[in-house]
Each structure stands twice: as C-alpha cells, then as structure tokens.
Design a binder for this molecule. Structure first.
Ligand SMILES: NC(=O)c1ccc[n+]([C@@H]2O[C@H](COP(=O)([O-])OP(=O)(O)OC[C@H]3O[C@@H](n4cnc5c(N)ncnc54)[C@H](OP(=O)(O)O)[C@@H]3O)[C@@H](O)[C@H]2O)c1
Length: 366
C-alpha cells in the first residue's frame, strides 16, 4: 500500500471514530482511560476505568489530555449532594491538552491546538446568567479526567503559549477565580493592599497575580513554613491565623491603620468577621470560598463604617480567561505547582489535597 493510501486509511479511521469529525493524524487509540464517579451508599468515589474514545457531537472537540489539576471541589463533590446523579460521569473540571479531532460544525479551533477546559460549559463572554452558569465541566456534564475526552467548543480556550501543560491545567478554576476576585470590584492600583487566606490553589494564584499587578499582598496561613513559601511567590506580609486568630488587628497595624483594599475571603463562616474588620475605607470583600462553611454572614457594621462592598465571585467566563492569559504571558508568570502525580495515582493525589499539606496546586499527568 502506498504512503497516501495509508494516510487515507488512518484518516478514515479517525473520521469514523469521531463521527463526522476532522482530525490531525493522531494515533488515537480505540479506547481511553477515564476516571468516573461511582456511587457508594450515600456518596460517590472515583473509579479509574477504560472505555471507548467518545464519538464527537458537531460542536465538540476531542482533546488528548496531557495534565489535569485537582480542585477542592473535586473531593467536595463526592460528599456534598450535587443535586444530580453523577454515577458514570467523567469527573474533573481542569485539564490541558491537544485537540486531535473536531466536530464538523466547529469553527474556532483546529486539530493541533493546545487548549485547556473551562469550568462553565456555556459562559463564553458577557454577563453571567442562569443558562451560562448552569453546566459545570466534570459535574453535570462529562469532565476532563481521561486520556481522550470530548468537550464542547464553548468549554475550551487556547492555553497561554508560555506555560507547560501541568501549569496550564491549573488555570480554568482556581486561577480564573483569583483573577476575577482581584478585578471584579475594581482594577488593582499599584500599592493597593490585598489580603488572601490560606496557601491553596486560589490563594497562591491570587498572590502571584496580585503581586504582578503591583499590589502589596498579605497572606494568612496555618503554618509558618507555608507562609515562607508564600513569600517566594510574592506575598509581602505574613500572618499565622492559628497563633493570631484575631488577625484583623495585625492587618491594620502592619498597614498603618489603612487596612486591605481587597480581601479575598476563602474561609467563609469563620473568617468573614475578621475579613470585614480588615477592610480599608471603600474596600471590597470578594466572597469566594467556604473552607469553614458557606453559611457565613458578612457583618454589616464594619462594612458600613468602612463604606465597603462585598461581592460574590464564581470562577468566570472564557473572555475573562483570555484577559488573564494575556496578563500571564506578558508578566511571564508560572503557576505554582506543588506536586505532579501520574493519572493512576488519583487516590494519593486526592489524599494530599484533603490533608492540606501543600502550597499551590496538585496536578496529575497523563
Ligand atoms: N467561588 C468560586 O468560584 C470558587 C472557585 C474555586 C474554589 N472555591 C472555594 O474556595 C476555597 C479555596 O479553594 P482552593 O481550591 O484554593 O482550596 P485548596 O487548594 O484545597 O486550599 C485550601 C487551603 O486553605 C487553607 N485553609 C484551610 N482552612 C482555612 C481557614 N480556616 N482559614 C484560612 N485558610 C484556611 C489551608 O491553607 P493553610 O494551611 O495555609 O492555612 C488549605 O491548604 C474552597 O472553599 C473552594 O471551594 C470557590
């Protein structure tokens, strides 16, 4: 058989596989490893399994995943009732890889493009609404935990050219959330004081982005050792919230009574009080996390006295992602990756995530 005939046969194979899709000459195998939700008594667990490479819808792309990043939500979703049956669904919202085939109606992406997933399947741009924020990758639609996964063209973005797959995999949820927490209230001005809590994914992203914007970054953590690591990422002022539970006093004294122009609240129930007391006049509290519970109350009195604002942040759109990506390229930022596991080490990686024994992001390579 001649060379061009061989190429035709392989291209036809892929066409068939992807259901009317066009593809790069990628040696896509017939089956893929994937990590699915499996129902236990009352909750779920992840199960590594093998199945056919998915057929593509007209508006989907087939991505050969190279790295996926874990989020706190990836284990929270196992125990908190998601309101939908997850059994058999592929987990994971954040991944980076190469497009190997596209559905016939896909216009903006091509085989060979390096992309990441996006948290929201349908929030490409503009203001959020119920439709745009209804579908979440790896929760109520299939996610990225697989060697080959099918994603809607609205649920992917070109990844920043300067990053590795492992670094880019951290962007879709934690980094985009940090980006919007820093920008949704107002643009950071050089010298603004920004406070973040803890040293996990969202916090370290905020430290790296905020420092690159010229902000004075204050970080709280349970551990002096982690605080020192946060310093290497750009934090200037360090507070141990275990030894200083009333840390708002420290924020005010270390800033000459100015306080924080922006507080990114990740603690929730038990931190909102201190967050409000830490505010500068006309400051803003980004309501982002619920590490100690999501049933918190923003105290009215310190907010009133400081004439401050509290605003919710829920990840962001693809348009936000592209703005962040441009900034990352321009500032040559490399997301802090704490540890890279092999895909099949998912349980070990989740155990580290649950332990809190890390600074930055935890990634699995495929
Ligand atoms: N709104 C959104 O769009 C959005 C997006 C992503 C995540 N989230 C939420 O944001 C929170 C953080 O997520 P993540 O992915 O960054 O988590 P993560 O990577 O698991 O980081 C968790 C870190 O938070 C710190 N922490 C734990 N308890 C704390 C407390 N009481 N006060 C301050 N810090 C505490 C710990 O760091 P130290 O040991 O250094 O204290 C821990 O390592 C979670 O609640 C998550 O569900 C919200």
């Amino acid at each position: 058989m001649r060379k061009h005939q061989l190429a035709m046969v392989s291209a036809l194979g892929l066409w068939f596989l992807a259901g009317n899709a066009s593809s790069a000459a990628d040696p896509t195998p017939p089956t893929t490893r994937k990590i699915e939700f499996e129902k236990t008594d009352k909750t779920y667990r992840y199960r590594l399994t093998e199945g056919p490479v998915p057929a593509l819808g007209e508006h989907q792309v087939l991505v050969h995943m190279r790295a996926v990043a874990l989020n706190r939500g990836d284990w929270e979703v196992l125990t908190i009732d998601p309101g939908v049956d997850l059994a058999g669904r592929i987990g994971g919202s954040d991944g980076a890889g190469d497009i190997v085939a596209i559905g016939r109606a896909v216009r903006g992406f091509h085989p060979g493009d390096k992309v990441t997933s996006l948290y929201f399947r349908n929030w490409t741009d503009g203001l959020p609404d119920a439709r745009k924020t209804a579908d979440v990758t790896g929760q109520n639609v299939d996610g990225v935990f697989g060697d080959y996964v099918a994603l809607d063209e609205t649920a992917i973005a070109l990844m920043p050219a300067t990053l590795t797959y492992a670094e880019a995999a951290t962007l879709p949820t934690a980094w985009l959330t940090a980006w919007n927490a820093l920008r949704a209230w107002r643009k950071i001005r050089p010298g603004d004081v920004v406070l973040v809590q803890g040293t996990g994914g969202v916090s370290t992203a905020a430290i790296q982005l905020g420092a690159a914007m010229g902000a004075r970054m204050i970080v709280t953590s349970s551990s002096d050792d982690k605080l020192q690591q946060a310093k290497t990422l750009g934090a200037r002022d360090l507070i141990n919230y275990r030894t200083s539970p009333e840390w708002s006093g420290q924020v005010l004294s270390m800033t000459g009574a100015h306080g924080a122009d922006i507080v990114i609240d990740l603690g929730g129930t038990k931190t909102l009080g201190q967050s409000a007391k830490s505010l500068a006049f006309r400051g803003g509290i980004a309501i982002v996390g619920g590490l100690t519970g999501y049933d918190g109350v923003v105290p009215a009195e310190p907010l009133l006295v400081k004439m401050g604002t509290a605003y919710g942040v829920f990840v962001g759109s693809r348009a936000d992602y592209y703005q962040m990506s441009q900034f990352i390229n321009m500032k040559k930022i490399h997301p802090a990756v704490n540890r890279v596991y092999r895909f099949e080490q998912i349980d070990e990686a989740l155990a580290q995530l649950r332990s809190g024994d890390f600074v930055g992001k935890i990634v699995l390579e495929l």
